[in-house]
Ligand binder design. Structure first.
Ligand code: GLP
Length: 237
């Protein structure tokens, strides 16, 4: 596990975009990119869009898989991750919309949706680079701390902490969905490379627990220790 520290959020974001751009450009043929939502990756998305706009990066060969989505949620809900990704990234770059994969928050059978998503990731040969954010409670995607973790894409019941943390995006706590669909920890850990972004004071405790070098279901992020190619970028000292 390699950790790089940055003096501020912008420097961390530029470095994240640089790593993603370098990885995409280095591989000939198709490239499969796993993507997160949240406030943390916004700077990276802005920089990636800037690089693409300046013709320094092309997404022609890129297929994307988003990590998670609330359930149920309509695509046109401003808080859906579908909208988040289009508003903050996909609508700002040139990418074949057929290569964008996001769990469908409108699915009538969420279990089937999750299984199909997992199969689709496998059918394209797995994820080359999985970019992640860190939950204040140590969650990855929506894999919440608890007695056990689910390996594959599944429906998760959100913890009170996560709903409270994400309340800032909704008009009230009542509006925050109680469930979500998320890639599981094994789906994440099967990516060839992982890039974790950690930013802001609310993550300090989760980051400290992560750097304790212990693996525990109380901190899903700690399972990143079982992967051989993880880079963490942080603006925390
Ligand atoms: C959400 C997402 C996670 C994300 C986390 C942190 O709960 N499901 O994938 O990493 O929040 O978000 P933020 O970057 O806004 O702190």
């Amino acid at each position: 596990m390699k950790i790089e520290h940055f003096g501020n959020y912008d420097e961390m974001s530029v470095r994240a975009a640089e790593i993603v751009a370098r990885e995409i450009s280095a591989k000939s043929g198709k490239y499969v990119l796993g993507l997160p939502t949240g406030s943390t990756p916004l700077g990276m998305y802005a920089e990636l869009a800037r690089l693409a706009g300046a013709n320094k990066l092309s997404f022609d060969s890129v297929t994307t898989f988003n990590l998670d989505e609330y359930y149920p949620i309509t695509r046109d809900n401003p808080q859906s991750y579908y909208r988040f990704m289009h508003d903050n990234f996909f609508d700002k770059i040139k990418i074949d919309k057929k290569r964008i994969n996001i769990l469908n928050g409108e699915a009538s059978d969420p279990q089937f949706e999750c299984e199909s998503y997992e199969q689709k990731i496998n059918s394209v040969g797995g994820i080359d680079l999985m970019v992640l954010g860190l939950g204040a409670n140590g969650h990855i995607g929506f894999n919440e701390p608890g007695e056990f973790l689910y390996p594959f894409t599944h429906v998760e019941t959100l913890t009170a902490n996560t709903r409270e943390m994400n309340q800032r995006f909704f008009s009230s706590l009542f509006e925050v969905p109680t469930k979500a669909m998320t890639m599981g920890m094994a789906s994440v850990l099967r990516a060839k490379k992982i890039l974790l972004l950690v930013s802001g004071e609310t993550k300090r405790e989760a980051f400290r627990i992560l750097t304790d070098r212990k693996i525990t279901t109380a901190s899903p992020a700690s399972f990143l220790y079982t992967h051989t190619n993880v880079t963490i970028l942080s603006d925390l000292d």
